[in-house]
Write a protein that binds this ligand. Structure first.
Ligand code: DUC
Ligand code: ZN
Ligand code: ZN
Length: 467
């Protein structure tokens, strides 16, 4: 006897679309076919799509962001928002602060998450202080413990690594079989531009985008690729914003290098003009993220790259701050210059509806590409496969039921997050997750969050399936 049967839906994986039932027992898929037999509970999925739950492999939750700044989501509200957006697993970051042991930072993030999450979660490491102990002992031990990916930054005073340090981290990743995610924006170019803009009195949030033009992203992307080639590892370039970085990635692929890439909803839906707000007022801060949104030509390039396989993953880069809050986007320091506006926007709940509506419904990508870009490839890239990321016998029953024709206007209320705004307010989408199930348990249904804090579990990850 099954615990649960999902009957009559259209099941989509990264490979196939089929009309069949899904049988679930003890949180896992155990049967898949025309008729899966008796079950204690049945969900009628007629007219619905049965998709692997979204895996968002790039979210920030409860992450230290400066002494006077507070991130708007911890693990409870952030994963509630994830569930409301059709996601069953998220991978946030454990940030090492300089001088801190990496192991201690991982333990600190576990403490933040304990008993809070509604969906399953894992951690990428952010390495900011690659000391001999971190490189020689901590990273190798943490990779063995299931933290098989780490992010490095090429910008930000508190996070930036030198080229030498990047090479050293890359070398450890090679030796340990870990995947490095790179934030590719050049530190000195940004600093130079920001100083010059401030001297000219150009301090409104809009100038955040001027201070980080595409070419600083292009230059850093090229440099990261060169370092990866020198060491002989694949890398993942995260949050790619536009055509200049895409050209570098395509160039590298043409040379036979395994350079992976991720993009995010903001690079499809927003442009630098959004940062102007109303007449260059502070409301532009709602759209300040890094890299910044670009222009129409770059949006077009991002769509093409999603279609032709340049991007493996589509993530939210959910990095939420409140707008009307002294600890958020409009704090006293942020009002003095774009330089101090916290970088990041919420998006974990909006990611899937945006790509479904703008991508699948508008005929730009197939349903199978949607599943690959939002779930399967995340699982393969970050070592969650073959446990998560698809619907198949033996996999966790992480499933989202979608009404492909439901028309919805995105509003703050629908996001269920801790931020006080969504950058996508008013966007009309077609297609909506009507039920989200984590290991067979419904955590969101018909607009209501039903999951409980602590229902989500930590998942130790294996090596990337892509290296
Ligand atoms: N990088 C991210 O990955 N997220 C938000 C801000 C940033 O710089
Ligand atoms: Zn980043
Ligand atoms: Zn991010």
């Amino acid at each position: 006897m099954l615990d649960l049967a999902i009957r009559g839906g259209t099941v989509v994986t990264a490979a196939d679309v089929s009309r069949c039932d899904v049988g679930i027992r003890e949180g896992r898929v155990v049967a898949f076919g025309e008729a899966v037999g008796e079950a204690v509970e049945t969900i009628d999925a007629a007219g619905l799509l049965v998709l692997p739950g979204g895996i968002d492999s790039h979210v920030h939750l409860d992450q230290y962001s400066g002494d006077d700044v507070v991130m708007a989501d911890g693990f409870e509200t952030g994963t509630r928002s994830a569930a409301a957006g059709g996601n069953t697993c998220v991978i946030p970051f454990a940030l090492q602060r300089r001088g801190e042991s990496l192991r201690a930072s991982v333990e600190a993030y576990h403490a933040k998450a304990k008993g809070k999450a509604l969906v399953d979660y894992s951690f990428h490491l952010i390495v900011t202080d690659p000391s001999p102990a971190v490189l020689g002992q901590e990273l190798p031990a943490l990779v063995k413990d299931g933290y098989t990916s780490f992010k490095v930054f090429m910008t930000y005073d508190d996070l930036v690594l030198s080229d030498r340090q990047l090479l050293e981290v890359f070398d450890v990743a090679r030796a340990e079989g870990a995947l490095v995610m790179v934030h590719a924006e050049g530190y000195d170019g940004i600093k130079f531009m920001a100083d010059r803009l401030e001297r000219r009195g150009e301090t409104a949030p809009f100038f955040h985008s001027t201070s980080r033009p595409e070419l600083v992203e292009r230059e850093a992307t090229h440099r990261a690729i060169a370092h990866a080639e020198l060491i002989g590892i694949p890398i993942m370039i995260v949050h790619v914003s536009g055509r200049e970085a895409i050209e570098q990635i395509e160039w590298a692929r043409g040379r036979g290098l395994r350079i992976y890439a991720e993009t995010c909803p903001q690079y499809l839906m927003l442009t630098a003009d959004d940062l102007k707000g109303l007449n260059m007022d502070m409301s532009g801060a709602k759209y300040v993220c890094s890299p910044p949104p670009r222009d129409q030509a770059s949006q077009d390039a991002v769509w093409r790259a999603l279609q032709n396989g340049v991007f493996q993953t589509f993530s939210s880069d959910h990095c939420p701050f409140r707008y009307d809050d002294p600890a958020g986007k409009t704090g006293p320091k942020a009002r003095t210059s774009f330089r101090w506006v916290p970088n990041g926007i919420p998006g974990v709940a909006a990611r899937l509806p945006i790509l479904f509506s703008e991508g699948v419904k508008k005929g730009r990508i197939s349903l199978q590409q949607f599943v690959a870009l939002t779930a399967t490839n995340h699982a393969k890239m970050y070592g969650l496969y073959p446990k998560k990321g698809s619907i198949a016998v033996g996999y966790d029953a992480d499933i989202a039921l979608w009404d492909p024709d439901k028309a919805v206007t995105l509003t703050q209320d629908l996001m269920h997050h801790g931020s006080d705004y969504t950058p996508y307010e008013g966007l009309e989408v077609t297609g909506w997750p009507v039920r989200t199930m984590v290991r067979g348990h419904t955590v969101f249904v018909d607009g209501a969050v039903t999951g409980e804090a602590g229902g989500g579990s930590f998942v130790a990850r294996g090596p990337s399936g892509m290296i």
